[in-house]
Design a protein around this ligand. Structure first.
Ligand SMILES: [Zn+2]
Length: 831
């Protein structure tokens, strides 16, 4: 799809007012295409011209107000219309193409049973892959969908079903929604239904997942009901889109998408093997996130993509908050502090960083690139800070006023700030300027002086990166923690203070206070900043961290420690020592998982080929110790086992687990854990194609197919690497998920000499791959295939050469700039 510019969108919305789309799809044909008959009804300035996004394989007929539209009206992927009447009806009959990239109508054939499944995804500019449309968020319309489908299929859409028999499915027209929110699934999906508070509920997944769907349905429905109730408590407008259906679709690019009335999730959320509590918490959070969008995004929609953050930051903030408040997962803010904020911080320090609310997003390509850790995690962290700044009552009053003013319409940042300022009585102009309009992150550091066992002064120093001079006001918590005689670490006192937008703020509240064993800045994780502690507190972290009973405080400490290693302030060897000491006593599963994942990645990139094996062995030992003390069958045991499998080089032990030998009590070596073991054995050269093929025979599922692709790519074998590389670079028949799994298995720190020749090939061949794939699939492929384990000056030189190319694809440019920046840090930290 050609990118739509903001200027084009503004001009089009001024000339045309779209009313409704009637779409009739024929999904009964075999092969790569489907039929689509679309009627678009819209008003226009008489005599005006306009265009619709449209990407057909072939067109049967196009009529405007009953008269044929000349063939020349199709220009590239746009259908141009001129001489418009005041009221218009466009009717188009066309043949359209299915996709395998997660855009338009994605088609998937399940290896488990050969069944075909479809899901629709028109975000961000892909509506034209299904119907001719005015594809921009501020041209809302009603969609009336009808489908002819093969016998035995289930079809669902945004609106309720009004007639369905003999393969013919007709749905009620929707309320006014943006094109990117129109939703559809079709295939022999399995359904489970329920009802809550007058709202019909439904869940859908592939027939091969029917059993796990039935098993997971009670928890998914419970979370759904709890979140609906909580949203109804805090929002004045009830859920506005009738029924609440949640579909779990194969090869979905996002975690989920907030289509009103029919949310679509990636079907990895329907667990067929054991998972940890933190994975269940994540699913609850995503359910709450998508539900938040029903108000923020679906009912009131951004006018243009520059306010994407209005959608995502609010959904991330409210999803985390509502899951904590309403479900059995109260620890979502710990996960946020540990995991999500790290994502935001990384994105915010990359060359591609941008403000949460960019003043200008010129086109849809740029908008897609902003779909990152800043729009989600930083934006949500900034909203959490805003709530601390204005108070919760004012925040909710402002948000509710915003909904009431713009329901079923569009709104901008200025509209929201106006509502929040009115409700809080605080002028937010200056606050919004530094927090929303400016990029990058500040560092907050405590500085203390002491005498006779008491603080004579406590100050918070604030700095900004050199090229970004913005300092910000922060509301922060500061906690004083002491070690007790019994060996616990307990909170003695906590203050919440306002830090000025200045280099130094004296915390007068703490002067004269007896010195604490740990002075924790950003206790409670209210603000978004890089956190560094005073010297004595930093030195005390290894001893005190394992004894702190507040999981959020531990998460703040772990996050700050990991960040200091990423920045090269502290060596990775020191981190590994801390992990060995503190991880075996860590009780919070998400902390275990995240520390293991982050440490593993830092060991691969920040240690040298000479020091890496010993560091990795210590990570394996930490996981092993945790495994030994974990409760059988619990989440920590599973997290520890996964961490051990990923880090160990003990091939015999791994083979033993596959064969049922010496398996820790309570640990289920189920389908997914078997694949993790097979994958690790493949990396270590201990699983050949025969073993991988046999495992796929044993588990002929969607997941099995993906793991098999990843495992094949991971083998330390020249032919395996050559085949994987050809698939990544040149095989357009491979679906989005299969190419991602192949790319994510390719580069291994264990195989540097074998894969080194592919460094140059990445930079030479990736521009060609970008022409083969599109949108998010292209971005993910370029990201997963990046040689980030090749931490060598030669990799950076090749990146620099590619970046010097004038007409480089903007998605690839951004991927390479950011990945090269990560490599720069890793290289600097090694020496
Ligand atoms: Zn979202």
């Amino acid at each position: 799809m050609p990118s739509l510019t903001r200027a084009e969108a503004t001009a089009r919305a001024a000339a045309v007012e779209v009313r409704e789309y009637e779409v009739d799809l024929d999904l009964t044909g075999e092969g790569e295409t489907f039929g689509a008959r679309t009627t678009v009804r819209f008003a226009a300035r008489p005599g005006a011209s306009t265009f619709l996004e449209f990407e057909p394989v072939s067109v049967g007929s196009v009529t405007l107000n009953g008269a044929p539209v000349p063939a020349g009206a199709m220009d590239g992927e746009r259908l141009h219309l001129s001489g418009l009447a005041e009221s218009n009806e466009l009717v188009v009959d066309a043949v359209m193409r299915y996709s395998n990239t997660g855009e338009g109508l994605h088609r998937y054939v399940d290896p488990a049973d050969g069944s075909t499944y479809l899901y629709q995804h028109m975000f961000i500019n892909n509506a034209g892959r299904i119907l001719p449309s005015f594809d921009q968020p501020d041209m809302k319309a009603s969609f009336k969908i009808s489908v002819t489908a093969p016998a035995g299929w289930l079809v669902a859409a945004n609106g309720p079903l009004v007639a369905g028999k003999d393969g013919r499915w007709e749905f009620a027209p929707t309320k006014p929604i943006s094109t990117y929110l129109c939703s559809l699934i079709a295939g022999p999906y399995h359904a489970v239904t329920d009802e809550h508070d007058g709202i019909p509920l439904a869940l859908y997944a592939r027939a091969a997942l029917a059993e796990p769907l039935e098993a997971e349905a009670p928890e998914i429905f419970q979370v759904t009901k709890q979140c609906l109730d909580r949203f109804h408590e805090i929002f004045k407008i009830r859920y506005p889109f009738g029924h609440y259906q949640q579909a779990f679709a194969p090869e979905f690019n996002f975690g989920a998408m907030e289509y009103p009335g029919l949310v679509v999730f990636r079907d990895e959320f329907i667990y067929r093997s054991a998972v940890t509590e933190s994975e269940r918490e994540h699913r609850a959070n995503v359910i709450a996130h998508e539900m938040a969008h029903m108000w923020f995004g679906d009912l009131v929609t951004m006018a243009w993509w520059d306010d994407l953050w209005l959608n995502e930051s609010f959904a991330e903030y409210l999803g985390t908050r509502i899951a904590a408040e309403a479900t059995r997962f109260p620890g979502t803010w710990t996960t946020f502090a540990m995991q999500r904020k790290a994502w935001g911080l990384r994105a915010d320090q990359h060359p591609s960083t941008h403000p949460v609310a960019p003043a200008e997003v010129t086109d849809t390509d740029q908008a897609l690139l902003n779909f990152d850790g800043i729009s989600y995690a930083k934006g949500a962290a900034v909203l959490k800070q805003l709530v601390a700044w204005v108070g919760d009552d004012a925040f909710l009053a402002g948000v509710n006023a915003h909904f009431e003013a713009h329901a079923y319409g569009n709104a901008t940042l200025a509209d929201l700030l106006g509502a929040l300022s009115a409700a809080s009585g605080r002028d937010l102009t200056a606050w919004a300027d530094v927090w929303l309009r400016r990029a990058q992150v500040n560092t907050l550091r405590t500085e203390v002086t002491r005498q006779d066992g008491a603080y004579t002064s406590v100050a918070v120093l604030q700095t900004a990166p050199e090229q970004f001079l913005t300092l910000r006001p922060h509301k922060v918590g500061i906690g004083l923690y002491d070690r007790t005689a019994e060996g616990a670490v307990v909170l003695r006192k906590r203050v919440e203070v306002e830090i000025q937008a200045a280099e130094r703020t004296e915390i007068t509240e703490l002067a004269g206070e007896p010195v604490a064993d740990l002075l924790l800045l950003n206790d409670g994780d209210l603000t978004y900043a890089k956190i560094r502690l005073d010297e004595e507190s930093t030195a005390a972290v290894p001893a005190l961290l394992p004894l702190l009973d507040d999981s959020l405080a531990r998460a703040v400490l772990w996050a700050s420690t990991l960040d200091a290693v990423v920045d090269g302030e502290r060596p990775v060897a020191e981190l590994v020592t801390l992990v060995l000491a503190a991880l075996p006593v860590e009780s919070e599963v998400v902390v275990v998982e995240d520390v293991l994942r982050a440490t593993r990645s830092l060991v691969d990139r920040y240690s040298t080929p000479e020091t890496r094996p010993a560091a990795l062995e210590l990570v394996a030992q930490a996981a092993d110790r945790l495994l030994a003390v974990s409760e059988p069958g619990g989440s920590r045991q599973l997290a520890a086992a996964r961490g051990l499998i990923g880090a160990t080089v003990d091939v015999n032990r791994l083979r033993g687990w596959l064969e049922g030998r010496d398996v820790p009590e309570g640990l289920a070596i189920d389908a997914d854990l078997r694949w993790l073991i097979v994958y690790r054995l493949a990396v270590l050269g201990a699983a050949g194609t025969a073993m991988i093929d046999a495992e796929f025979e044993r588990d002929r599922s969607a997941t099995g197919e993906q793991w098999a692709a990843r495992s094949r790519a991971a083998r330390p074998d020249a032919e395996a690497k050559a085949a994987a590389w050809e698939a990544i670079i040149g095989d357009a028949t491979l679906s989005n998920r299969l190419v991602e799994m192949t790319a994510s298995g390719f580069w291994q720190a264990e195989q540097l000499d074998l894969v080194r020749p592919y460094v140059a090939r990445y930079f030479a061949e990736m521009p060609g791959m970008m022409r083969l794939r599109s949108g998010m699939s292209a971005e993910k492929t370029a990201t997963y295939a990046y040689p980030n384990v090749m931490v060598e000056p030669a990799t950076r030189s090749l990146a620099a050469e590619l970046l010097a190319t004038g007409d480089l694809d903007p998605i690839l440019r951004r991927v390479v700039e950011d990945a090269d920046d990560d490599l720069r840090r890793a290289l600097a930290a090694r020496f």
